[in-house]
Design a binder for this molecule. Structure first.
Ligand code: BF8
Ligand code: SF4
Length: 656
């Protein structure tokens, strides 16, 4: 390489950094090429121990104040803030940021929907009018005798309240099981509108405002619920209405989907509209012709991270990998352009792209990156941007200067299990419902359901915690639902195929084989965690598994989380009633009052609770113990005796 860009010194062990073969291969190449990635930077940047415990505050200029995690009550900040106040405020700001991020995304989808409905945008249209009706009905809009257009206008007006309403309850609160909603009302945490909640969270965490960790926690819950049952749910539902509700499709995943003899374009980000238009642009005959003239066999469009997950189920677009592979994939030298929109776009991509002459193109007005090429995506003329991305990619293809090395790995898996499809899949066309799922949980074939979601993080071995956790859970008859980078990890590991049922316990295996489904159900991007909330609500409404979400034999995990959005998601699952375990690290000191509230107290109040362990086996144990506790409370624990896997079982599994 011409540019030696390795700024960091300490080398890390590639085998310990990732279990993704293609990422490992590219990290070896990066090392040869002298190119640095987040893996190098993580090895050379010790995580700040004070920040990791959230024991510092910089909310005013009397500080910044640093408390001692080993003696958390030995000191207070200059203003007198205790460790609980400081940690709760920091946590609250993470929740506010994560909620803002998803709500901002959801609001962009709403604006798009509005302009499609009022005819200002003509490149998109309502693709799923049945879903439109279903969503409208679910929040009390009368659809009888109304045209699609009229329903859409009414839905727009109602859903706008998700963001802008200042008093009352957000529209999707109507979908929450009655007893769960009652608990929220009792504690005063039903979100009013996302803007109000995020604003209040920020205001309350200013110096000298809310200084009681319990009260801050209530606002954390309200702000987080405004994400899960608010902005994220709006993003999911409108995405389905505009672009189609996913149903299972077999798709290819991993870096082997890149093609040396084609123009390779990667879309990485979160909003489906950019990607939808890219699909159009790469199918544009004149652009295909231009690519062929440049010597390419065609144009190969590939997704990464969350928008990739939305697209592969809607259009069968292949997927190249998750968050910790976004730099590595550029090291192939085969990527002609990577166009990004918002969220989880590492600034480090600019330098890696630069090393290989790849165009890194920012497209969203809210995400510019120094050194990247900005071609703004404008929804009223979407093709202007996406055609230009294709043209840039073709130019780079023509002038490819560097040797190309594409890892061979490709996995095939089945993805696209929307909560609507789950009903159909389990119940069939004529009795489409959640009853068969509930029945199989009650009779013990399925022990419970676990949502395994979230990021990858260079502080732990990429994909490994996700994969080990899921293997352990399915072995114990726990059905898995997935979103985000976690879903990508399991797909690469081959666990999203019906054949993966062989690794499941006898009960889950039987159900999977009968239905022909994988034991690991991919539901989509991180905003699609709202699909998991809906599936859980359907389980409660179907009956036999308690009256509230907190009664369900269900648990959640984000084993390799890194983003503030993940914290928000965790908090809305907890506030909804779900036990949620995080790996990697947890930004709170154990043994403090705030810690006790999140890890025990909330459950006593009728919510879920947090759990933490970096170890996947311990994590599985905690989740299974929780599922069993809920089964016992429901009186369905006697159905079947279970044993936890021992070391021998695990070795057998690895050998298999
Ligand atoms: O929203 S799982 S690394 S890409 S934050 Fe980001 Fe985490 Fe991936 Fe999607 Ni979600
Ligand atoms: Fe220190 Fe209090 Fe200011 Fe925080 S708000 S920096 S604890 S003085």
């Amino acid at each position: 390489m011409e540019k030696k860009l390795l700024l960091t010194k300490k080398e890390f062990n590639i085998k310990d950094a990732t279990m993704c073969e293609s990422t490992a291969q590219m990290l070896r190449k990066a090392r040869r090429d002298g190119v640095e990635t987040a893996f190098d930077r993580a090895a050379n940047m010790k995580a700040c121990p004070i920040g990791a415990d959230s024991a510092c505050c910089k909310h005013c200029a009397m500080g910044p104040c640093r408390l001692n995690s080993r003696d958390p009550y030995g000191k207070v900040g200059v203003c007198g803030a205790t460790i609980d106040t400081i940690m709760a405020r920091n946590f609250g700001r993470m929740v506010a940021t994560g909620s803002a991020c998803h709500n901002d995304h959801g609001m962009a989808m709403l604006t798009l929907f509005r302009d499609v409905v009022n005819g200002k945008i003509t490149d998109y249209r309502i693709k799923d009018p049945l879903k439109l009706e279903a969503v409208a009905t679910s929040i009390g809009i009368d659809v009888e005798g109304k045209s699609t257009h009229e329903i859409a206008v009414a839905l727009y007006e109602e859903l706008e309240k998700t963001y802008t309403q200042v008093e009352g309850e957000i529209p999707f609160a109507k979908r929450v099981p009655a007893k769960t909603l009652e608990t929220w009302r009792k504690h005063g945490i039903v979100p009013r509108g996302a803007m109000r909640e995020v604003m209040e969270m920020m205001g309350r965490t200013h110096m000298g405002v809310d200084q009681h960790y319990e009260s801050i926690t209530r606002q954390c819950s309200r702000t987080a619920l405004a994400d899960g049952w608010g902005g994220s749910m709006v993003a999911t539902e409108l995405g389905d209405i505009l672009f189609g509700t996913p149903s299972p499709v077999s798709v290819e995943i991993d870096m082997g989907v890149l093609k040396e003899d084609q123009v390779n374009i990667i879309i990485h980000g979160h909003e489906p509209n950019l990607f939808e238009s890219m699909v159009e642009s790469v199918n544009e005959p004149t652009l295909i012709e231009t690519a062929k003239k440049a010597g390419a066999k065609g144009i190969n469009l590939v997704g990464m991270c969350c928008s990739g997950l939305e697209m592969f189920v809607r259009h069968g677009v292949p997927h190249a990998g998750n968050f910790m592979s976004t730099e590595a994939v550029l090291v192939t030298g085969a990527v002609d352009a990577m166009a990004v929109d918002i969220q989880c776009i590492k600034q480090g991509l600019v330098r890696v792209a630069d090393c290989y002459g790849t165009y890194l193109i920012t497209t969203n007005p809210r995400c510019h990156i120094e050194g990247a090429l900005h071609i703004e995506f404008e929804e009223h003329k979407p093709k202007v941007c996406t055609d230009e991305v294709v043209i840039k990619a073709i130019t780079r293809f023509k002038n490819r200067k560097y040797p190309i090395e594409i890892p061979k790995q490709v996995s095939r898996g089945v993805h696209g299990f929307s909560h609507e499809y789950l009903q159909y899949m389990l119940g069939g066309t004529f009795r489409s419902s959640y009853t068969p799922l509930n029945d199989n949980i009650i009779n013990g074939r399925i022990r419970g359901v676990a949502g395994v979601v979230g990021c990858t993080n260079p502080r732990v071995r990429q994909d490994w915690v996700h994969v080990e956790l899921v293997k352990e859970l399915i072995k114990n008859d726990v059905l898995i639902v997935q979103t985000g980078c976690s879903q990508v990890a399991l797909a690469k590991a081959g666990l999203t195929t019906p054949e993966a049922a062989l690794l499941a316990g006898p009960g889950l295996r039987e159900v999977c084989e009968t239905v022909g489904m994988p034991p690991v159900l991919g539901m989509g991007a991180c905003v699609d965690n709202s699909r998991i909330l809906m599936a859980c609500s359907e389980m409660v409404k179907t009956g036999g598994l308690g009256d509230s979400l907190a009664d369900l034999p269900v648990a959640g995990a984000a084993p390799e989380w890194m983003s503030e959005k993940a914290i928000t998601i965790g908090q809305y699952f907890v506030a909804s009633g779900i036990f949620t375990v995080f790996g990697v690290t947890f930004p709170i000191i154990e043994g403090t009052k705030f810690h006790k509230l999140l890890f025990e107290g909330l459950e006593e109040q009728g919510f879920g609770k947090w759990g933490f362990t970096p170890d996947p086996y311990e994590m599985a144990k905690m989740m299974i113990a929780h599922i069993d506790k809920k089964r016992k409370a429901l009186g369905i624990d006697k159905s079947r005796e279970r044993v936890l896997m021992d070391m021998g079982d695990r070795q057998n599994l690895d050998a298999a």
